[in-house]
Design a protein around this ligand. Structure first.
Ligand SMILES: [Fe+2]
Length: 295
């Protein structure tokens, strides 16, 4: 199964790390004002890493782990380093209608346990990022400033999940290929509900847009119940992904560790975590392919 594919790991050597800090951003730069221009460099280590990581994201693994030694770097320097590296690969795009390009992911373990989504779906919180945006981000990137106990991030390949779903009942795949309403929560101007399919067939396989909570809220916003066939298909999909998650390799996003993935074909989520000894503090960036980034 594709869920057994190992996520390739890459280390940014110290010389490349120094080079990546040569474009500075003021520590008080607003989250919507980080420089989206490509970080241009002649550093051969960075260029080789860029090519290898792009290949890994496009390949079977659908993602790549990247590590840098955070020793001596403060939070802003780790963020600047990874921001510059990301812009060498992709063009960052806003994550909300309010324009944030780099976003702190610092959900309190206790707070999330009480959220509607996790309490309504015990099977897992696996999802696609950016489904409410006008355009789905091609790539998502999370990097760690501090890890909690647990909370490892994991990726699952949509094509493998669809094969398993079809094995349960091909009608589930058909059902998830029909447009369904997503509650866009004012992220797309002038629209309350956006209709889009969970599964879209492409030349290479399937493309995925899945956040169960937004779909259920979309139907609620329209004042219609979720059709039983769709409920059954989502239950089956959650079951398949929960089972796949047991075999999927997971990555603890400790300080200096990042994970990039193909957001169009990888379902992602995280294990539960406790913040008893340290808090889970990540930074998130979305990007779109930018071939012109090549030197
Ligand atoms: Fe996410």
């Amino acid at each position: 199964m594709a869920t057994d594919v190992t996520i390739p790991e890459f280390t940014i050597p110290s010389s490349a790390a120094s080079a990546l800090l040569t474009r500075g951003t003021a520590a008080d730069t607003p989250l919507d004002s980080w420089p989206t221009e490509a970080f241009r460099t002649a550093n051969t280590e960075i260029l080789a890493l860029r090519d290898d990581i792009l290949a890994a994201i496009r390949g079977d693994a659908g993602g790549a782990v990247v590590r840098v030694d955070p020793e001596g770097l403060d939070d802003h320097q780790v963020s600047t380093l990874y921001w510059n590296f990301f812009t060498a690969l992709f063009r960052p795009v806003p994550q909300y209608s309010s324009g944030e390009l780099i976003y702190p992911v610092e959900v309190k373990a206790g707070a999330e346990e009480t959220s509607h989504y996790s309490s309504s779906n015990k099977a897992g919180n696996y999802h696609t990022d950016g489904t409410l945006l006008p355009q789905l981000p091609d790539v998502a990137f999370l990097f760690g400033l501090s890890a909690a106990t647990g909370g490892e991030t994991l990726l699952m390949d949509v094509d493998s999940l669809v094969r398993q779903l079809a094995g349960l009942d091909p009608a589930h795949v058909t059902e998830l290929s029909r447009p369904v309403p997503f509650d866009v929560k004012n992220q797309t101007e002038g629209i309350r509900v956006k209709r889009q399919p969970v599964l879209t067939r492409t030349a290479d396989g399937y493309e995925l847009r899945y956040v169960r909570m937004y779909i259920e809220q979309g139907f609620a916003a329209e004042g219609t119940p979720v059709p039983p066939e769709l409920l059954a298909a989502m239950d089956a999909f959650d079951k398949v992904s929960a089972s796949a998650a047991e075999h999927a390799e997971s990555v603890l996003l400790e300080r200096g560790v990042g994970l990039l993935w193909d957001n169009r074909r990888m379902l992602h989520g995280r294990h539960p975590f406790q913040e008893t000894t340290s808090s889970r503090r990540l930074r998130r960036v979305y990007g779109v392919a930018a071939d012109e980034r090549a030197q």
